[in-house]
Design a protein around this ligand. Structure first.
Ligand SMILES: Nc1ncnc2c1ncn2[C@@H]1O[C@H](COP(=O)(O)OP(=O)(O)OP(=O)(O)O)[C@@H](O)[C@H]1O
Ligand SMILES: [Mg+2]
Length: 264
């Protein structure tokens, strides 16, 4: 079976995309799904969670631009069942360089195609922009997760991002199912937090039942390269991301069953 390609995307910066991509990927792997995490952001935040030594030889740039074989670009991580395609600053050049490449939207999907059956899920961590690499990554996706911080501007940002992505759908560049909006950095004691959650629902958007609490400990997890399933993980964040992972697995299983019926 083909891996489910899950894009974690939002053009708003600092909303927890990378933290979510990394912990979802770790959660899926620890739940028994063979998982590949693809860092599609030249900031390399997902990469640095698993590749602390900065000794990346081949990265997403080499895969997409130089035609490096995908097996050579893929690296093991310390977590069983989780592999990584890293990113370095070179990936920043892709936004410009893809523009002149033939069938640019399909480049990531084509590059990953040889290994599609080797994984159950491929998680894409996207950059905070609406550039060509984001478009190319969205084109490869079967499923879309949009994290947002629990603020008024966060809610506005989600709606703007989805409006922009609707144009990609019209042009058949994007076909991914919106799995849901994930509320991150959520504090249910604040009015803004509660209003954002209710606002997103009243916008008619699918919102994950799990919300991710705002915890200072997130920063320590990043600093110490800790993910869910590690004993050092913050218990509240670990519980939230574990529940979120189960939600994602269930939604994907359902989507796959429906697609199966559709094709039957
Ligand atoms: N639930 C949380 N509570 C508190 N802080 C968080 C939480 N999740 C993530 N953070 C912190 O917020 C910061 C931004 O998170 P992250 O890098 O995942 O966002 P991003 O959307 O990927 O950012 P960018 O748009 O730059 O790629 C990180 O420093 C992280 O430690
Ligand atoms: Mg990020």
């Amino acid at each position: 079976m083909k891996a489910e390609v899950i894009a974690v995307a939002n053009h708003k910066g600092g909303v927890g995309k990378s933290f979510t991509a990394v912990n979802l990927a770790a959660g899926l792997a620890r739940g028994g799904w063979r998982t590949l995490l693809v860092d599609c952001d030249p900031q390399g935040n997902s990469t640095s969670m698993f590749d602390p030594d900065d000794d990346v030889e081949l990265d997403l740039y080499d895969l997409i631009r130089e035609g490096a074989p995908v097996e050579k670009v893929t690296r093991k991580t310390r977590i069983d069942g989780l592999e990584l395609i890293p990113s370095t600053l070179a990936v920043a050049k892709l936004d410009q360089e893809l523009v002149t490449m033939h069938r640019r939207e399909e480049r990531l999907a084509q590059a990953l195609q040889p290994i599609y059956t080797e994984y159950d899920a491929i998680v894409l961590d996207l950059s905070p922009n609406l550039g060509q690499l984001v478009i190319t990554a969205l084109n490869a996706a079967d499923a879309l997760i949009v994290p947002t911080d629990a603020t008024i501007w966060g809610r506005r940002g989600v709606n703007m991002f989805l409006e922009w992505s609707a144009a990609l759908r019209e042009h058949q560049v994007l076909s991914a199912q919106l799995l849901g909006v994930l509320l991150t950095m959520y504090d249910p004691r604040t009015l803004t937090g509660r209003e954002t959650l209710n606002g997103l629902k009243s916008d008619g958007l699918p919102v994950f039942g799990t919300t991710i609490p705002k915890r200072v400990a997130a920063e320590a997890m990043v600093t110490n390269r800790v993910v869910i399933g590690d004993v050092e993980a913050d218990p509240d964040l670990a519980e939230a991301y574990a529940n979120f992972t189960v939600e994602v697995m269930t939604l994907i299983d359902t989507a796959r069953r429906n697609r199966g019926k559709h094709h039957a």
